[in-house]
Design a binder for this molecule. Structure first.
Ligand code: PLP
Length: 453
């Protein structure tokens, strides 16, 4: 019997193959050879482990191209979000406004005064850039931006409560998602967690009796992704303020989403705003940049000036400091609120504000273009650790292909661009609310290709 390994071509022959040869100028010297060697090695291993006939030159050449191109592709691919979940953490939360993207691009393109006081010609602080704007839109005394809200909480507690106690209602000592657990964060900050009350009911008296000389912070955590219903009780923030004053502790409010607008205007229940939190007596309010604020990933700490200054000078602040593009993007996003144009300029608020009528028209246009499906009533979710369980009425395009909804969903995900939709009751539901109107044509194209036999 002839040696099957003999049948495999050499590295050189693969590199000279017409599909591989044109790539030789594109990649750094030796890179392509490395991939060809690896592909050949896999082919040899396959031969040793199976009775299959050896891969031919054509297959091996294609494998080399696929392997190097996979490396060359940007890791983040654009996705059309037809799930109807406005803030989808897995899909990158808030898409950014035009002005925000321009500002981030500009900050990345040139040198800047990130840590430079231009007037004085000496070193400045990156933490100084957003203070004025944050104050203007939230009414806070001072503000500070870090990497994300998880680090805002960690940094705040490390600065204000290390070696002392942080008092939290048992119903709020929760996991927010992605392994972000309040008890772990408190422990990592060097503070001790004191849980009060029960899972469903915590009273003012529970907080009061837990406070002692070691207590540093009363912490309220927004129940971002769950809802306790029925026999429940939780003191208001103003009631917690009273207890904090009696016990001589600080009151911190982890708001999660950082809402600045009145959500009842859109038929949603009232999401506590940053302004509410400060007005009700929080010493500090903490929130994300990329949830209901609608900007880049960040954590924002607002409140009393001397506390913000103390937090900004803690050694950990250096470890969670924001990037220059984040600072530029946050400023551009906050500016939309300053100008009263958040609802028209910030994509997530535009989505939330879209009327059912407009959604109906777009879902109908999708259906007409592909010539199948039905436009039916549905619910869009807010998601992203805000307004748990809240939804908005919408109209969705429902498709019930004979192959089954999940097979069609698979094909939409492998479309160009990828379209992610929801499968419900054996039908595929596409919600136009979370699709930018500029993407309608792309959605129709992907649907047409996925549905054509
Ligand atoms: C989402 C959330 C966080 C974490 O915020 P990131 O910006 O994702 O780090 C913290 N606390 C609450 C209440 C949240 O909802």
């Amino acid at each position: 019997m002839s040696n099957p390994y003999r049948a495999l071509p050499s590295v050189d022959r693969i590199l000279q193959h017409p599909t591989v040869a044109p790539l030789r100028g594109r990649y750094a010297n030796g890179r392509l050879t490395e991939h060809a060697r690896a592909v050949l090695e896999r082919a040899r291993a396959d031969l040793a482990n199976s009775s299959r006939s050896p891969a031919n030159l054509e297959e091996l050449a294609q494998a080399v191209v696929a392997s190097i191109e996979a490396l060359d592709r940007p890791p983040l691919r654009p996705i059309i979000n037809a799930t109807g979940v406005v803030l989808h953490t897995n899909l990158g939360r808030a898409p950014l406004s035009d002005a925000t993207r321009s500002a981030m691009d500009a900050a990345g393109r040139s040198f800047s005064n990130l840590e430079y006081d231009l007037a004085a010609g000496r070193r400045g602080s990156r933490f100084d850039h957003l203070g004025v704007l944050v104050k203007a839109v939230t009414g806070a005394e001072a503000g500070l931006a870090v990497n994300n809200n998880a680090s805002a909480l960690l940094l705040s507690l490390a600065s204000l409560a290390t070696g002392r106690e942080v008092v939290v209602s048992r119903g709020q000592a929760v996991e927010i998602g992605g392994g972000f657990r309040i008890p772990d964060i408190v422990r990592q900050s060097g503070a001790t967690l004191v849980e009060v009350g029960t899972t469903n009911r915590t009273r003012v008296s529970d907080y009061r009796s837990a406070l002692g000389s070691a207590s540093a912070v009363l912490l309220r955590i927004h129940a971002s992704n769950f809802k306790i219903i029925g026999f429940t009780e939780q003191p208001s923030l103003s009631e917690m303020r009273t207890v904090a004053d009696e016990g001589g502790t600080l009151l911190l409010d982890d708001l999660g989403s950082g809402c600045l607008l009145d959500t009842t205007r859109y038929g949603l229940s009232r999401e506590p705003t940053v302004q509410d939190s400060l007005a009700d007596g929080a010493d500090l309010a903490l929130f994300s940049g990329d949830k209901l604020l609608g900007g880049p990933q960040a954590g924002i700490i607002v409140g009393r000036a001397e506390l913000v200054a103390q937090i900004g000078s803690h050694p950990l602040a250096r470890a969670v400091r924001p990037d220059k593009t984040t600072i530029a993007g946050l400023a551009a996003t906050l500016r939309h609120y300053l100008l009263g144009e958040a609802e028209t300029q910030i994509p997530i608020w535009r989505m939330i504000a879209t009327s059912v009528n407009a959604l109906n028209q777009r879902a109908t246009a999708w259906r007409d273009a592909i010539g199948s499906g039905a436009v039916i009533e549905g619910r869009s979710m807010i998601g992203g650790g805000s307004l748990p369980g809240e939804s908005l009425p919408t109209r969705v395009l429902a498709l019930t292909p004979s192959e089954g909804a999940s097979r069609l969903a698979d094909r939409l995900r492998s479309g160009e661009p990828a379209v992610v939709a929801r499968v419900e009751h054996d039908s595929l539901r596409l919600d136009p609310r979370t699709v930018d109107p500029s993407e309608d044509e792309a959605v129709i194209g992907v649907l047409q290709r996925a549905l054509s036999p």
